[in-house]
Design a protein around this ligand. Structure first.
Ligand SMILES: O=P(O)(O)OC[C@H]1O[C@@H](O)[C@H](O)[C@@H](O)[C@@H]1O
Length: 355
């Protein structure tokens, strides 16, 4: 497919080296607040802006959870953990747009061509691909990333739950009744995401999905991903609809040209070396990993990011009433995780690098 060229590049923030993160935990009370709406391309003005003040009085939790206008005035949930790490999640797209460690390291990446006016999905952070990874019958990555999600619950973990249900817009392209519940927790520096998709209709449906995470890197050419050696992967660079099949022989997958690869049956633990440290990803029931860089198709910014996506590439069929759950915990350590975990095997982040 054709890629949009990035307009401007922003400098990468300075990196502070650090090593410890606090334990993971998550709890949330789910209480839907308002109906989700979806953006209609090129008519951003028509989209209702949620009343952030009233959402904040309903869901805000002292310093831990705050709802206010974020970039572009989009209603955004700001999480702050006990150690000072922060995360931002827009209701539009249910998208984590920032995850900063207590040391101030921004781990995610927003492309410079991203807009925050609902005229298109947010190009960066952690957009959802649902109910289609694509290409396929509907828009490339599905509609979840260009719908307003409901703010459904929050706790001072800090944790927030967003919900997306079918509506006229979604049924217009995908005639199924569903509920997607997305929970984001920040404990210490560690970010955890959990997606539950429920078939709320009376007939089975099939979907596939990914968490299309954009990570900032010091240099795309030195970024590596560990954990994929020996896996079969689908190379989609030439033709995403008709990928060629290969075996990954490298211990460290690299980005030295355009990469669009779906690794099937990936291990739960994958580590990105972003040039400032290790981003560990420990997933549950995301069977595949997608690596993507547009390379020079996005000349102005391709050096600054890679996508490492947790994916469910093969369609999942959900019977009426059935649910599918997937989760990932992300941690960042400026020291190689393997070194840190040798000395601190009981630390929770070592769950992503204990073998
Ligand atoms: O829609 P975005 O964020 O520009 O991402 C597009 C890319 O997303 C990746 O997940 C796909 O593997 C690529 O094929 C696709 O080009």
């Amino acid at each position: 497919m054709a890629h949009t060229a990035c307009a401007v590049c922003t400098p990468r923030p300075a990196v502070a080296r650090r090593s410890a993160v606090a334990p993971l935990r998550a709890a949330v009370a789910v209480r839907p607040a308002r109906a989700a709406r979806c953006a209609v391309r090129a008519s951003a003005q028509a989209v209702e802006t949620a009343d952030v003040k009233s959402l904040n009085s309903q869901f805000g939790k002292a310093d831990a959870v705050e709802v206010k206008e974020g970039r572009g005035g989009l209603p955004t949930v700001f999480l702050k953990s006990d150690n000072g790490a922060t995360a931002e999640i827009t209701l539009f797209g249910g998208c984590v747009t920032s995850w900063k460690t207590a040391a101030g390291q921004e781990v995610l990446y927003i492309r410079p061509d991203a807009v925050f006016d609902k005229s298109k999905p947010i190009s960066g952070g952690m957009p959802h691909c649902f109910p289609q990874f694509g290409p396929g019958d509907i828009q490339l990555h599905g509609f979840a990333r260009n719908c307003d999600w409901e703010l459904a619950g929050a706790s001072d973990g800090p944790t927030v739950t967003l919900v997306l249900t079918d509506n006229e817009y979604t049924r217009g392209m995908w005639p199924n009744s569903f509920k997607a519940e997305y929970t984001v927790s920040l404990v210490g520096d560690a970010l955890t995401t959990r997606l539950v998709v429920t078939n709320t209709g009376d007939a089975p449906f099939a979907f596939n999905a990914s968490l299309h995470s954009y990570f900032g890197v010091a240099d795309v050419e030195t970024a590596t991903v560990r954990g994929l050696q020996g896996l079969e992967y689908l190379d989609r660079v030439a033709d995403a609809a008709h990928p060629s099949v290969h075996k990954e022989l490298r211990e460290l997958a690299t980005f030295r040209g355009p990469v669009d690869a779906v690794y099937r049956g990936a291990p739960a633990k994958v580590v990105l070396d972003n040039g400032a440290g290790d981003v560990g990803m420990a997933s549950d029931n995301w069977p595949d990993v997608v690596l993507w860089t547009p390379w020079t198709a996005m000349e102005a910014c391709y050096k600054e990011f890679v996508c490492v996506e947790n994916a469910q590439y093969a369609p999942v069929t959900l019977e009426a009433g059935a649910a599918w759950t997937s989760a990932t915990s992300f941690i960042f350590s400026s020291d190689p995780l393997i070194d840190f975990c040798n000395g601190n095997p009981d630390q929770p982040e070592c769950l992503v690098y204990d073998d």
